[in-house]
Design a protein around this ligand. Sequence first.
Ligand SMILES: Cc1cc2nc3c(=O)[nH]c(=O)nc-3n(C[C@H](O)[C@H](O)[C@H](O)COP(=O)(O)OP(=O)(O)OC[C@H]3O[C@@H](n4cnc5c(N)ncnc54)[C@H](O)[C@@H]3O)c2cc1C
Ligand code: FES
Length: 248
Amino acid sequence: MNKIQDYQIISNVLLAKKTYEMTLTGDFSWVKNCGQFINISIDNKFLKRPISICDFSENELVIIYKVVGYGTDFLANLKVGDSINCLIDLGNGYNLDLVNDKCLLIGGGVGVPPLYSTCKKLVEKSVKVSVVLGFTSVSDMFYVDKFKELTSDVFVSTNDGTYGDKGFVTDVIVKNNLSGMDYLTCGPEVMLKGVHKLMTGHGQLSFEARMGCGFGACMGCSCKTVSGYKRICVEGPIMQSEDLLWND
Ligand SMILES: Cc1cc2nc3c(=O)[nH]c(=O)nc-3n(C[C@H](O)[C@H](O)[C@H](O)COP(=O)(O)OP(=O)(O)OC[C@H]3O[C@@H](n4cnc5c(N)ncnc54)[C@H](O)[C@@H]3O)c2cc1C
Ligand code: FES
C-alpha cells in the first residue's frame, strides 16, 4: 500500500554537472527491492516527481537527481534540515532471484543510480557483476569510483570521448563481447531500446518515462508489451525483456 511520508534532508550535494546526491533520514524499512522509487511533492506543482532509490538502509535513503526543470531545481535548492513529502513504496524493483552467477549492469545518465544498490546486493550474493556506465561527458559523470569499489569490471563510455570509450553503452558492450550476458539496465528509452535489441541474454529494463498521476489512473506512462500496454508507475518501472515491444 503506497503511503505519504515526510523525510528530513541530511545532505544535498552537487556530484556532477547539475547532478545532486540527496540523503534522507527516517524509516525506510518499507524498501523491499533495488530499483524502487519515491514520488516527491514539489511546491506549487500538482504532479509529484519520481526519483529512483540509489542506496538505502533501515534509516537512510540516497537519491541522485539531475536538474532539468522546475521540480528538480526546487530539490536542488533545499537545505540540510528541510523536509520533503513523498509518496513511498512505489515500483516493483529488480528481481535479483532471477540473476544467476554473473550479470551485466548497464546504466545511462540518471539511470545509473538504481544500479548502485543493485550492484551492492548482487556482490553480497556472490554474483560476478560487470558494469557499463554511459554519460554525455566527463562533467556529467558520477559514482564510477563507487562502482569500482564493488567490482573490478567497470566500463565507461562518454558520448564525446572525454572519459572512457567514445560513444554509447552499446558500443562498449560490442567491443567487450558482453552482449550474451543476462542484464539489468536503467536509462533513457532510446538507450533501453538499443540495449534490448543488442543483448541476447535475459534482461530486466527499468524505464524513467515521464509520469502523470503516478498511481495508475492516467495511462500517461504506459509502454507496449506482449500482453498490451503496461503502466510504468504501477506494473513497472522494471519490465522483463521477453515482454517488451517498442512503438516505432
Ligand atoms: C521511475 C522513475 C525514476 C526516475 N529516477 C530518476 C532519478 O533517479 N534521477 C533523475 O534525475 N531523474 C529520474 N527520473 C526522471 C525525473 O522524474 C524527471 O527528470 C523529473 O520528474 C523532472 O522534473 P522537473 O520538474 O525538474 O522537470 P519538468 O519541468 O517537468 O521538465 C523539464 C524538461 O525535462 C523533460 N522531462 C521531464 N521528465 C522527464 C522524464 N522522466 N524523462 C525525460 N524527460 C523528462 C521535460 O519534457 C522537459 O523538457 C525518474 C523518472 C521515473 C519515471
Ligand atoms: S503516471 Fe498515470 S498511469 Fe502511470
